[in-house]
Write a protein that binds this ligand. Structure first.
Ligand code: PAF
Length: 287
């Protein structure tokens, strides 16, 4: 496994790999790797000949007052995991490498509409930061394939949209959410939960699953399902931001049979997000 922090060195290595006709996959991360990330890496290894994992805690996707300074940084452990998986290249750039100019006056990538709803409404500027850093990583690595977790469903849609709109020759793959035994989606931010909150946390996914089952069983009053879930979460001590049944491609009101249930809620100091797709069912979808 090679660890590189400079773009020119990485490009040199990737050039050699590409010249051999090998397919390259990128798994972008902010480190603090858990089983969820490792499953992205394993999927990348199945789909490509060579895998690059990037580790960069991107400041521009943290909104003022968020946890950028305290975001868990566990580089030594991360490298151990990646070594065990026999990853080819790990890219660990410094801030200056990714943002060579003052961030305030750097070019940015915006994915309109999708970036201001749901998480974008509660974290204004977050998706601009994600879209910008992911575009930079795509330009640096020029992968054939890039893999992202479906847990960050809105992020996945933002990235699919930017790849499509900016004509990037990259196949974006969404990888299924990895969960703890009790259903809680794995996330670096689960560390912020106290022991008591950790017991409560799986309720978010339980509410999502309940809504999925209700929709599959033909319930058409989505607003009621959303209200019910919000009040269950509040009663259990969560501070929900949103709980929504929406179109799986646009995140707007349902217009076809592909739906997703999306939710975000604070529990103590942890902001939890999760989602589940509603597979097609026989019935009308308007409320
Ligand atoms: O999902 C993440 O960890 C980050 O948002 C990403 C895609 C690595 C961009 O910083």
């Amino acid at each position: 496994m090679r660890q590189l922090s400079k773009i020119n060195m990485l490009r040199e290595q990737l050039g050699d790999i590409r010249n051999l006709g090998k397919k390259i996959a990128l798994v972008p991360t902010m480190g603090n790797l858990h089983r969820g990330h490792l499953s992205l890496v394993k999927q990348a290894q199945e789909l490509a000949d060579s895998v690059v994992v990037s580790i960069f805690v991107n400041p521009t996707q943290f909104v003022a007052g968020e946890d950028f300074d305290n975001y868990p940084r566990t580089l030594a452990e991360d490298l151990d995991y990646l070594q065990q998986l026999n990853v080819d290249l790990v890219f660990i750039p410094d801030m200056d490498e990714i943002y060579p100019q003052d961030i305030q006056i750097s070019a940015e990538v915006i994915v309109p509409e999708l970036d201001t709803i749901y998480c974008g409404e509660y974290r204004p500027g977050h998706f601009k930061g994600v879209a910008t850093v992911v575009t930079k990583l795509f330009n640096i690595v020029q992968p054939d394939i890039a893999i992202f977790g479906e847990k960050d469903y809105q992020q996945l849609l933002v990235i699919r949209r930017l790849v499509d709109n900016l004509n990037m020759p990259i196949t974006v793959i969404g990888s299924p959410t990895v969960r703890e035994e009790d259903g809680l989606a794995m996330s670096s931010r689960n560390k912020y939960l106290s022991a008591a909150e950790r017991q409560q946390a799986p309720l978010l996914y339980k509410c999502i699953k309940k809504a999925v089952i209700a929709v599959k069983n033909g319930e058409l009053n989505y607003q009621n399902l959303e209200k019910e879930a919000l009040s269950t979460l509040k009663d259990a001590g969560f501070k929900p931001e949103y709980f929504s049944i929406c179109d799986a491609n646009t995140l707007k009101s349902p217009i076809n049979q592909e739906l997703v249930v999306l939710a975000a809620a604070w529990l103590g100091k942890a902001r939890l997000i999760d989602n589940a797709a509603v597979q097609s069912y026989d019935g009308l979808l308007s409320v």
